[in-house]
Design a protein around this ligand. Structure first.
Ligand code: NDP
Length: 254
């Protein structure tokens, strides 16, 4: 797969899945745009990309819930075009119907869904020019109910439907739209639930014992799937939700 002369915007690329995907795509020749709120961590990823000998990425310090216009305009100002939009930024919180507050629900939907709709809409004119594509980072939690992750599951299920609707509506303009649906991937996201490293390891051990392939996912697994779906090799694929889950869903787990 070759991403030479392709401009790829990756939201949430200061950490985890987004950071690794940005480094991986840059290694394949992409001009990468790093987006997140934490400038220090974005610069760490930028330096890693430069030290690999890849093209210098553009860093945009931005909150996806507020700064969609800025993300698109700064990208186009700097690189002149957009070939791929990777909607990866997301949050994970625990809640259920008894304890959810409307403020917490709004924050989840604003971050994991509304921002994706807004950013995608603003990217369309540029994606049309390049016959580009959109990749949404969803979750197996979009396909299966997970206890105490109600608002997260709702956000990802909606993202899956968004992916299919956008694929249908933009196909005639030669813009593809796909998603990956990972199961547990080893990233810092679990620590944002306020757990310590021992509790985190216990979660990973539980998942590992359930997944048919006998391990949890690594960011290299998601990066490979993202690269394939956003590359020209997948030019006949749109509206697809690709499970990156070690067989979890077919075994009935999330
Ligand atoms: P991390 O916590 O490691 O990374 C989350 C990223 O999202 C960070 O770069 C963070 O950047 C960014 N982000 C969050 N909120 C905002 C915001 N308002 N504006 C801009 N950036 C934001 O998590 P992961 O890498 O694990 O998660 C990435 C995606 O993958 C998420 O959508 C998640 O739901 C999904 N996913 C993860 C799985 C897992 O097991 N790890 C499984 C399935 C799906 P910053 O803090 O700099 O703003």
């Amino acid at each position: 797969m070759n991403f030479k002369n392709k401009v790829v915007v990756v939201t949430g690329s200061s950490s985890g899945i987004g950071a690794d995907a940005a480094v991986y795509l840059a290694q394949m020749g992409a001009d990468v745009v790093l987006v997140g709120r934490n400038e220090m961590r974005l610069n760490d990823v930028k330096n890693q990309i430069i030290s690999n000998g890849s093209s210098t990425p553009l860093v945009i310090v931005a909150d996806v819930t507020r700064d969609c216009e800025k993300i698109i305009s700064k990208t186009v100002e700097h690189f002149g075009k957009i070939n791929v939009l990777i909607n990866n930024a997301g949050i994970l919180t625990e809640d259920n119907i008894e304890n959810i507050t409307m403020e917490a629900f709004d924050k989840m939907i604003d971050t994991n869904l509304r921002s994706v709709i807004q950013l995608t809409q603003k990217a369309i004119p540029f994606l049309e020019q390049t016959k580009g594509n959109i990749l949404n980072v969803s979750s197996t939690a979009g396909m299966k109910a997970v206890a105490n992750l109600m608002s997260y599951c709702i956000s990802k299920a909606s993202l899956d439907q968004f992916t299919k609707c956008v694929a249908l509506d933009l196909a005639s303009r030669n813009i593809r739209c796909n998603a990956i649906n990972p199961a547990a991937i080893r990233t810092p996201i679990y620590r944002t639930l306020g757990i310590d490293s021992e509790e985190e390891q216990a979660i990973f051990n539980t998942y590992q014992s359930r997944y048919p392939l006998g391990r949890i996912g690594e960011v290299s697994d998601t990066s490979a799937a993202i690269a394939y779906l956003t590359s020209d090799a997948a030019s006949f694929i749109t509206g697809t939700l690709l499970n990156v889950d070690g067989g979890a869903l077919v075994a009935g787990f999330d």
